[in-house]
Design a binder for this molecule. Structure first.
Ligand code: KE4
Length: 435
């Protein structure tokens, strides 16, 4: 596979950008490779600067649920851009997208737009502290909620990939307000609440984790969190940056029928443009400036071009609810291919699949939390990753991420992917035998 132009670009990038990338996981360090530089994308495929074509399961880490460069979305972005790219003033498009989110997610009566998931989570946490007057928050090991200081404690995603569960630069004094528990262990959470429940402002959780690989909540776990937070007067925050509008038009809270106090969104609601949002009841949200005392602001919050992309994306999802059935069926086909191939070649492998999110773990343990997720074999994963990339399948360069299926993945794309899964698990088995 020709990679010269990417390699040259990466050399240049390393001179002027830390690690040559604007987000760590893109550097392909975990898999020990030089990342392909992407030139363009269309539908389910991305094309790198050396002319290589890949079937894309990163989908920009989730936003491209309808595939890349979808006509309706590009059209709306173009119209908006021609009217001006930013005013720093209220616009109709912000109202339209806010109304769509409030209509889609019953627990959200008001929503504030920001420019990233990190910003949305950071603001939701501040709001929870302002609303309750308490300082502590509880998160779960392996969950990633963006890179705001208080949440880079036993974080998932890139922080795990680099084995930096706690980032340097976060004052110890600050991190002490962040408690952590094990995902799916409701008894641990109960113990923490018994010990200091009156000090806890909020529990924040990925209702389905996408940042230690894909890990679903076990029966009763989310319900238990809902009951405990209500009992102790803490807020329950669903970080739906990945699951929002992915697991269904009402996200994970609709999928599991659990009502959080605050919800955080990102990715899909921006249709590939920089958008984050947090929302909840009027009672809580009206504490946000300029109405209430909790300050939060942003120059490009509600940017009209970004709103146009989000509106166009949600409009397609709202008007074609069958898209979710089709997304989930494609993910199921991939899940079955992993299971069949692992059985045929006797490779320790489990797959977690929820809706159109899935991830293979090279382990024979059931993956229910960070400890079991980290039991997956990184060396085997890296081999699998490399073989799949050679076969034109573009996966997240880390075992702690998710595969994202899009509406644009055709039956042919899925078939090609299944073929690559089977042939490459066979290659891995041969390599295991050889070693
Ligand atoms: P952003 O600030 O990257 O928009 O969102 C942070 C965030 C918050 N919550 C969840 C559940 C998330 O998954 C994320 C970001 N996801 C990562 C991928 N696992 C983004 C990719 C990256 O960091 O480059």
């Amino acid at each position: 596979m020709e990679t010269r132009i990417s390699r040259d670009l990466f050399e240049r990038a390393l001179e002027v950008i830390p690690g040559g990338v604007n987000s760590p996981v893109r550097a392909f360090r975990a898999v020990g490779m030089t990342p392909p530089f992407i030139k363009r994308a269309k539908g389910a495929c991305v094309y790198d600067v050396d002319g290589n074509k890949y079937i894309d399961y990163i989908c920009s880490w989730g936003p491209m649920i309808l595939g890349h460069a979808r006509e309706e979305i590009i059209e709306e972005i173009t119209i908006a851009a021609q009217e001006g790219t930013s005013f720093g003033a209220p616009t109709e498009r912000e109202v339209v997208l806010a109304e769509m989110i409030c209509e889609a997610v019953p627990s959200v009566e008001k929503v504030r737009m920001v420019s990233s998931g990190t910003e949305a989570v950071m603001s939701a946490i501040r709001l929870a502290r302002g609303f309750t007057g308490r300082d502590k928050i509880l998160k779960f090991e392996g969950c990633y909620h963006g890179h705001s200081d208080g949440l880079l404690v036993k974080a998932g995603s890139g922080a795990l990939t680099f084995g930096e569960p706690d980032s340097s630069g976060v004052p110890k004094d600050y991190a002490k307000n962040t408690l952590t528990a094990t995902y799916n262990k409701i008894d641990q959470v109960e113990g923490i609440f018994k010990a200091c429940g009156e000090e806890i402002a909020a529990v924040i959780i990925e209702p389905v984790v996408g940042n230690m690989g894909v890990v679903p909540p076990q029966e009763g776990f989310l319900k238990g969190l809902r009951e405990l937070t209500a009992q102790y007067g803490a807020l329950l925050i669903f970080d739906e940056v990945i699951t929002g509008f992915r697991l269904g038009y009402s996200g994970a809270q609709g999928y599991f029928n659990i009502t959080p106090d605050l919800s955080v969104f990102g990715k899909i609601i921006g249709g590939g443009m920089p958008v984050g949002a947090y929302g909840g009841s009027k009672r809580i949200m009206d504490l946000i400036s300029p109405v209430g005392p909790v300050y939060q602001a942003g120059t490009l919050s509600g940017n009209p071009v970004a709103m146009a992309a989000g509106i166009a994306t949600l409009r397609v999802l709202k008007n074609n609810p069958k898209i979710y059935d089709s997304l989930n069926a494609k993910a199921k086909q991939l899940e079955n291919a992993f299971i069949e191939a692992a059985g045929e070649y006797d490779i320790p492998l489990v797959v977690n699949c929820v809706g159109s999110l899935l991830n293979p773990f090279f382990t024979n343990k059931k993956v229910v939390d960070f400890e079991s997720a980290s039991s997956s074999d990184a060396v085997v994963f890296n081999q699998y990753f490399k073989y799949m990339l050679e076969d034109g399948i573009y996966l997240a360069p880390s075992r702690y991420e998710a595969m994202f299926v899009s509406e644009a993945h055709s039956e042919e794309d899925i078939g090609e992917t299944i073929k690559a899964i089977k042939s490459n698990l066979k290659r891995i088995k041969a390599k295991m035998k050889g070693s």
